[in-house]
Design a protein around this ligand. Structure first.
Ligand code: ADP
Ligand code: MG
Length: 170
């Protein structure tokens, strides 16, 4: 079983993946394997352009978790979408030193479910687990992800509505 962990930057993917690794799961961080697929930089958005088609084609299936912003574009068996209330996300990205523009872009993407929508385009409903991490510790998030991985809790998504956070000034 290969399970992806995706989500807007700052939602806690790497942190929860490290916790799962401590619990003995095999974990691949996309940041560690992405370099051969980087095609350049988007001059308008301060973002790398990545050949996600080729990365998906060449990715070798394994048992465990693959973590990163493009995990939903890899051929996973199940996928977890981490969510975080957009105002909390913005505060986290600010603490990480992101520019105002990058904070707004990611906060709006989170408010408008961009990552979830992309995931729904790639996966069947019974393969998707949307996890609201707001106010949860990394250990509590890892508990829920482990249960989903083992089939102990069912797929679910689509219950959050953070659209009121979109486009507000911060
Ligand atoms: P991502 O990999 O999704 O970009 P990170 O795992 O790097 O996110 O986490 C972003 C920041 O948020 C880090 O400073 C991390 O310590 C913090 N963080 C991650 N998960 C949690 C959590 N469940 N509760 C509080 N802070 C968290
Ligand atoms: Mg990360």
């Amino acid at each position: 079983m290969m399970c992806g962990i995706t989500g807007t930057p700052g939602t806690g993917k790497s942190t929860v993946a490290d916790e799962l690794a401590r619990r003995g799961y095999r974990v691949v961080h996309i940041t560690d394997i992405v370099q051969p697929y980087v095609q350049g930089k988007d001059p308008d958005r301060d973002t790398q352009i990545i050949d996600t088609d080729r990365m998906g084609d060449e990715f070798v299936h394994f048992d465990g978790f693959v973590e990163g912003h493009f995990a939903h574009l890899l051929p996973c068996d199940k996928i977890v979408v981490l969510r975080l209330r957009p105002d909390t996300l913005a505060a986290r990205l600010s603490a990480r030193g992101y520019s105002k523009e990058k904070i707004r872009e990611n906060r709006d993407a989170e408010a408008l479910d961009v990552c979830l929508i992309e995931t729904v385009e790639e996966y069947e409903p019974d393969e998707i687990f949307e996890l609201d991490t707001t106010g949860k510790t990394p250990a509590a998030c890892a508990d829920a992800i482990e249960q989903f991985y083992r089939g102990e809790i069912p797929a679910s998504f689509g219950t959050l509505d953070w659209s009121a956070f979109a486009g507000v000034s911060s």
